[in-house]
Design a protein around this ligand. Structure first.
Ligand code: DGY
Length: 323
């Protein structure tokens, strides 16, 4: 019996590609180039499963024209806002993602951004690399203390809770959150976290605001100019969620006018483009979507896709089915 054909749109960790090669007819992307819409359409028409990731726009236009042979979209990543789930359903495709395995590394990175921007780590590193450091001085590169401050979380799912744990137990921070649905009392008690009844309440009370909601139409520009204006001038915004959750131009305006103290960003609207105006600001730390970028986590993400493929092609329900 022929083995299912699996197309990967990008390079995956070698250990995961090896597992896939043993079990499937694997079409890997040796040079790791981002697929064009035509390549995605071809993959959908010729593979049994397509494994895309955040750099692939699997939209209605593509799915409606593709006449897919594929029956599964095994997304490499927890966020799947780049996939039009309704159009996938119409095209008869099951969609899976990779929850859980990137929680710790993404939370670590959110804390890192909070520390980097508050303690001016990016500016300091640039100074050293530029040979511009003339030595220690009492008033040089003074930042803002993180320990003991208030962290506000917008969304309180797995990653937000992991950030809260680090902030509360590691840095003695007070934790506030807004979540659209109720959170079990045991979870909030363990983190001494206080629920707010609106995003505005979080923005007004927090010294650091960290965003942890999914991307997509429902959260597009959730943090707009009006909401940024609710943050105190000493507060910082951290985004490891999705770029279009924030109105990027409104954020640039707020940072440039020092209406907020700074921002730490791992994600952008329209990646990989990062607006020139952001790059000129010294009160923002800019990372290239590194949240899950560790050997351990990227391998675990790949193996999670493998588990979904194995279940699907064995006629079982994939463990991480989202549509
Ligand atoms: C995720 O898993 O959602 C990461 O942001 C990469 O897509």
């Amino acid at each position: 019996m022929s083995r299912p054909r699996i197309v990967l749109t990008r390079r995956w960790p070698a250990a995961v590609e090896d597992v896939l090669r043993e079990r499937y007819d694997l079409v890997a992307n040796a040079d790791d180039h981002p697929f064009s819409a035509d390549e995605l359409a071809h993959a959908l028409a010729t593979a049994d499963a397509l494994c895309p990731t955040v750099t692939d726009a699997i939209d209605a236009a593509l799915l409606d024209r593709a006449a897919p042979r594929a029956r599964l979209l095994g997304n490499f990543g927890v966020g799947f806002n780049h996939i039009d789930v309704e159009a996938a359903r119409r095209a008869g495709l099951v969609v899976t993602n990779t929850p859980g395995v990137l929680t710790d590394c993404t939370a670590d990175l959110a804390v890192m951004l909070m520390l980097m921007v508050a303690r001016r780590a990016g500016a300091g590193e640039r100074m050293v690399r530029d040979d511009a450091w003339a030595g220690w001085a009492p008033t040089q590169l003074l930042g803002t203390r993180v320990s003991g401050k208030t962290l506000g979380l917008v969304g309180f799912g797995r990653i937000a809770r992991a950030v809260a744990a680090r902030a509360h137990h590691g840095f003695g921070m007070r934790v506030l959150y807004y979540n659209p649905s109720a959170v079990p009392a045991a979870v909030t008690a363990a983190l001494n976290a206080v629920a707010c009844d609106s995003i505005e309440a979080v923005l007004e009370a927090a010294d650091f605001v960290s965003l942890h909601c999914p991307g997509g139409a429902a959260t597009h520009h959730l943090i707009d100019a009006a909401r940024l204006a609710r943050m105190p001038a000493h507060a910082y915004l951290i985004n490891t969620a999705r770029g279009d959750v924030v109105d990027q131009q409104a954020l640039i305006d707020a940072l440039a006018a020092r209406r907020i103290a700074g921002a730490g960003l791992d994600v952008y609207a329209g990646e990989p483009v990062v607006p020139a105006a952001l790059k000129t600001l010294d009160n923002v730390v800019l990372l290239p979507h590194l949240g899950s970028a560790t050997h351990e986590t990227r391998t675990a993400m790949g193996l999670r896709v493998v588990a979904n493929l194995d279940a699907f092609f064995a006629g079982r329900e994939p463990p991480d089915r989202v549509a």
